[in-house]
Design a protein. Structure first.
Length: 603
C-alpha cells in the first residue's frame, strides 16, 4: 500500500529586477535529476509516496508584502497567480511554491502547501515537502531551533533535536549530518541547492507512516515478553529479508504508542546506493560528533506542554568502536536497555549488527586479548646436537622477544542512562600489576615478586579504552595481572575483569637448519606419499600404468623438496648428509623397487 500524491509546483518571482526563474532547473530539482526531491523520498521512504502527478506552473511575477511576511501570504499569492493564468488547482492535494529569490521571507509548510524561497537549501526543501506529504517534526536534544523571539535571550526547545532525521532540519540537535548532492545536479546559480539531508529516521517513518516499512518487510516487532536478538541492517539497504527497524512494545503500551522503543542502524556504504543520504553522518574518526554513525534509539513520548501529543523522541545511540555496547533509555513506561552483541562493540563500520532490547541487563565487563610477538636473534653459535653428531654442527640461537598484547574491553549493563548526545557514559580504567594506567602512552614501572624492576610501554585509546602493552626484552620474563574496572560515569555499577601480561623475553633453541634437517629426516622415515588427484602423469597413452613407480616418484619428490630446503638454509649440514640423499635417490628408483618386489614374491 502506498499514498498517491498529486502536486502542483508553482514558480514565482517576487522581485522583477532579478533574472527570470529557470523552469528546467526547478523541474530537475523536484523531479528529474538523479538526486531530486522526488528521488530522495523514493529512496528514503521506500517508494511509499507515489507522485502520481506533478505539474509545473509559471514563472509568474507576484507582489508580496515586505519581508518577512507570513508563508501563507506567499502561498496565496502564488495560487492566485496560477488561477489567474487559467490553472485549475482542484485536482491537486498539495502545492509547492518556489519563490525567486524569496530572500528574507518566511519559508516553510502551511497545511498541505509549502512556500520555499529559492535561496534556501535542498535539505530545507526536503524537510518542508516532508510536511506536505504528512510528516511531522522529530524531537530530542534541546536547541534554539524553535526560538522565534528576537530578544537576545536564547530559548531552548526539544523540537528539531534529532541528529539523525530529516524532520529535525535544520538544527538537527546542533549536529550537521548533511551531505552534498552530486555537483552535476546543482545549478551554478544556486549553490545552496547542493546540501542534502540524512535519511528520514526509520522510527519517525514507521510511527507516522507505518505501511511504508511494514509493507516492505523492513520491521521486526518484539514484545516485552520476548528475549530475542535481531540482525539489523543499515537504513537504505532496501532488500527483502533484511530488516532496518526493531520495534519494542513494552507491556502497557497504548494505541498511541507511548513507551514504544525504536532501534535502527545508520551507516552508509559505497555498495549500498540508497544509504548515500547518510554520507554526511560522522564516521569513526570523528569522536565527539553528535551525529556519528551507529545504532540509534528513539522512543514515543508526549510532546512537552501538549497532552496528549505523542512524538518521536531521539533517546540515545551506540557508536562504533566503543566499549559501551548498550544504552539505557527512559520511557514513559520505565527504563529499557538496548544493546548490541559483544562482538560488534569494538568493531569499525560493521555491515550489520545484532541488537537486543530488554528491561534489564546484568552489569559485566569482558576483556578480549590478542598478542603479536617480534622475535630477534641476538647471538648464535655452532654446536653438535646430542645423538646427531654424525650430521655435523647446527645453529644454537639466543633470542629476544617483544610481545605486544592488546586488551579490548566490552561492557554491558553499566552505562546508566546515556545523555542523548553522549557517545558513551561508561568509564573503563586499567590496572597493570596493581598500577593504574594514566595518559595515552605511558611507561609503567613495576616491581615484580622477585624484586626486579621492569617497565612496560602502554598505549590507551581515549575513546575505545583499548589498552596495548609491550615489554623491554632486557627486563627478562614478565608475568603480571591486567585488570579492567568499568563503571557508570558516577561510579555506580562497578565491575571488574582480570587478564594477564606474560612474556618469555629471552629464550634459546636450535635454529632453522635443525628444523629443516628434521623435516628431511622425517620424510625419509615416514614415506607417506602425498595424495595425488586425477589420472597418471601424461605420457604414452598406451603405456601400462605402474602403481609402484608412481609411489616411488611421489616419495622421491617429497625427499628432494626437503633436501632442497636444507641446502638453502644450511649448505654445511646438507653436505654432511649428501650420502643419505644419494641412498634415497638409489633406493627409490623404479627399477630398484620392482627388483625388490619380485624377490619378495619369489621368496
Amino acid at each position: 500500500m502506498s499514498e498517491q500524491r498529486r502536486l502542483a509546483v508553482i514558480v514565482v518571482r517576487n522581485d522583477s529586477s532579478t533574472p527570470q526563474p529557470n523552469m528546467a532547473e526547478v523541474m530537475d530539482l523536484v523531479l528529474f535529476s538523479p538526486s531530486s526531491i522526488a528521488r530522495y523520498f523514493k529512496e528514503s521512504a521506500e517508494d511509499y509516496f507515489q507522485l502520481a502527478r506533478v505539474d509545473f506552473f509559471g514563472p509568474y511575477d507576484v507582489t508580496l508584502p515586505m519581508a518577512p511576511s507570513s508563508r501563507d501570504v506567499g502561498i496565496e499569492a502564488a495560487r492566485n497567480a496560477a488561477v489567474g493564468a487559467g490553472v485549475d488547482l482542484g485536482p491537486y492535494d498539495g502545492t509547492v511554491v518556489f519563490a525567486f529569490p524569496g530572500t528574507g521571507y518566511d519559508g516553510g509548510a502551511y497545511g498541505s502547501a509549502a512556500f520555499l524561497p529559492a535561496t534556501s537549501d535542498f535539505t530545507f526543501f526536503c524537510h518542508e515537502v516532508g510536511h506536505v506529504l504528512g510528516l511531522d517534526h522529530s524531537y530530542g536534544i534541546f536547541t534554539t531551533g524553535a526560538d522565534w523571539i528576537d530578544n537576545n535571550q536564547p530559548d531552548y526547545f526539544p523540537v528539531y533535536g534529532d541528529p539523525y532525521d530529516l524532520m529535525s532540519s535544520a538544527t538537527f540537535g546542533d549536529a550537521n549530518p548533511t551531505t552534498a548532492r552530486p555537483a552535476a545536479d546543482v545549478p551554478a546559480a544556486h549553490p545552496s541547492w547542493g546540501s542534502a539531508p540524512p535519511h528520514i529516521a526509520r522510527a519517525l517513518l514507521h510511527h507516522q507512516k507505518p505501511a511504508a516499512l511494514e509493507d516492505k518487510g523492513r520491521v521486526v516487532h518484539v514484545s516485552e515478553s520476548q528475549d530475542v536478538t535481531t540482525t539489523l541492517y543499515p537504513v537504505g539497504t532496501a532488500t527483502d529479508g533484511k530488516p532496518e527497524l526493531v520495534v519494542f512494545h513494552p507491556t502497557g503500551e497504548d494505541g498511541a504508542g507511548h513507551g514504544r522503543v525504536y532501534v535502527e542502524y545508520r551507516q552508509p556504504f559505497d555498495h549500498n546506493a540508497y544509504s548515500r543520504w547518510d554520507e554526511g553522518l560522522a564516521d569513526t574518526d570523528q569522536p565527539g560528533a553528535r551525529d556519528r554513525c551507529g545504532v540509534i534509539v528513539h522512543t514515543i513520548v508526549d510532546q512537552p506542554g501538549v497532552t496528549p501529543g505523542p512524538v518521536v523522541w531521539y533517546a540515545g545511540r551506540i557508536v562504533f568502536p566503543t566499549p559501551d555496547t548498550d544504552v539505557a533509555v527512559d520511557t514513559p513506561l520505565g527504563q529499557v536497555h538496548v544493546g548490541v552483541t559483544q562482538e560488534f562493540g569494538q568493531t569499525t563500520r560493521p555491515g550489520f549488527v545484532r541488537v537486543r532490547v530488554r528491561r534489564h541487563s546484568a552489569p559485566s565487563v569482558t576483556v578480549r586479548t590478542t598478542s603479536m610477538d617480534t622475535t630477534s636473534v641476538i647471538r648464535t653459535e655452532r654446536r653438535p646436537h646430542p645423538g646427531w653428531e654424525w650430521a655435523g654442527d647446527f645453529t644454537w640461537e639466543t633470542r629476544e622477544t617483544v610481545r605486544e598484547t592488546t586488551y579490548t574491553p566490552v561492557t554491558v549493563g553499566i552505562g546508566g542512562t546515556s545523555p542523548i548526545d553522549a557517545e558513551s557514559s561508561v568509564v573503563v580504567s586499567w590496572f597493570v600489576g596493581g598500577t593504574q594506567v594514566f595518559g595515552p602512552s605511558p611507561s609503567i614501572p613495576l616491581t615484580l615478586p622477585d624484586g626486579r624492576v621492569v617497565t612496560l610501554e602502554a598505549t590507551l585509546h581515549p575513546t575505545t579504552r583499548v589498552l596495548t602493552l609491550s615489554n623491554h626484552p632486557a627486563d627478562g620474563d614478565i608475568d603480571v595481572s591486567v585488570v579492567a574496572r568499568a563503571s557508570a560515569a558516577d561510579g555506580s555499577g562497578e565491575v571488574f575483569a582480570t587478564s594477564a601480561y606474560s612474556v618469555q623475553a629471552r629464550t634459546s633453541g636450535w635454529g632453522s637448519d635443525w628444523d629443516r634437517f628434521m623435516d628431511f629426516w622425517y620424510r625419509i622415515t615416514h614415506p607417506v606419499p602425498r595424495e595425488r588427484i586425477g589420472p597418471p602423469d601424461p605420457g604414452d597413452p598406451l603405456a601400462r600404468f605402474d602403481p609402484l613407480a608412481e609411489v616411488a616418484r611421489q616419495q622421491l619428490e617429497r625427499v628432494r623438496e626437503a633436501y632442497a630446503e636444507l641446502v638453502r638454509v644450511s649448505p654445511a649440514v646438507s653436505e654432511n648428509v649428501r650420502s643419505v640423499m644419494a641412498d634415497q635417490e638409489r633406493m627409490l628408483q623404479p627399477q630398484r623397487l620392482r627388483s625388490v618386489d619380485v624377490q619378495r614374491r619369489v621368496g
